[in-house]
Design a protein around this ligand. Sequence first.
Ligand code: C2E
Ligand code: MG
Ligand code: MG
Ligand code: MG
Length: 279
Amino acid sequence: QSKDAGGGVFHAYEPRLHAQAEERRVLEQALRQALEKGEMYLAYQPVVDADTGLLTGFEALLRWNSADFGNVSPAKFIPLAEDARLIVPIGDWVLRAACDEAARWPGHARVAVNVSPEQLHNPHFVTTVASALATSGLAPERLELEVTESVFMHEGMGATKVLERILELGVRLSLDDFGTGYSSLGYLSRTRFSTIKIDRSFVQGAAKGAPEATAIIRAVVALARSLGMATTAEGVETEAEHHMVRDFGCSKVQGFYFSRPVLVEEARHLAARREREAA
Ligand code: C2E
Ligand code: MG
Ligand code: MG
Ligand code: MG
């Protein structure tokens, strides 16, 4: 019983719940200061062409090395940042850092940046993207914003309109973790995504021989093709999985088989190597 029947006062009698709430509070406090303390940085995971294996770009993935907690997983701190209304300043920082970095790469590798629904629904979002491009000098078509189906959950909030303005800047859009969220397909006809990213769960499922996962990948590839969109298979961990998704017709692949997310120096090095291969 956590609620006082009389006065409605909340008492955290349950020790485990109390410990969890306390951990969240302390973590959130640390998260508030993470940027200014220089504890955050970006890792870059290569995305390669499924047929040629050549690098097409990188996905920027946020990392937090906390003085108090060590490395905290994005799966833990991103939802916390969203709840604590910290995702807008943190997301702005990610966008600027990724554009600044990509502008320095030799060649034309793209950079993909994950965008939370809260950022998209912020009135300054389009201005922030335009400003990150202007400041860095990055060509707009080299920036790709990744959103998930969840941005369309409350269409009253106008995601389609914001995305339209993003497209007008010349920036590309991709639909992340496809198939794991909201299932209406109407928005696919309203927003011009360049790429649909097929969630790792389907790739792993198909690799284990699950006929449903296989059917879903095939269907998504066919759907994307007919809409003029590319597909990226996420979470490809083995050569067999690479060949499988390539044979299903996925255009691009990303996963530990090709590379884990790497530090900036390594990303620069890979971008330079790709330039030499192209020449
Ligand atoms: P995501 O956007 O779907 O990113 C892909 C995640 O899969 C990354 O996890 C990546 O390290 C992981 N991954 C890539 N290849 C493989 C593989 O072969 N096997 C396995 N097991 N995993 C693989 P990460 O970096 O932990 O990020 C988790 C999620 O956190 C991301 O999923 C994204 O939703 C969110 N995130 C990360 N950085 C940002 C950011 O800057 N802003 C926002 N809003 N969200 C972010
Ligand atoms: Mg992503
Ligand atoms: Mg993803
Ligand atoms: Mg995913």
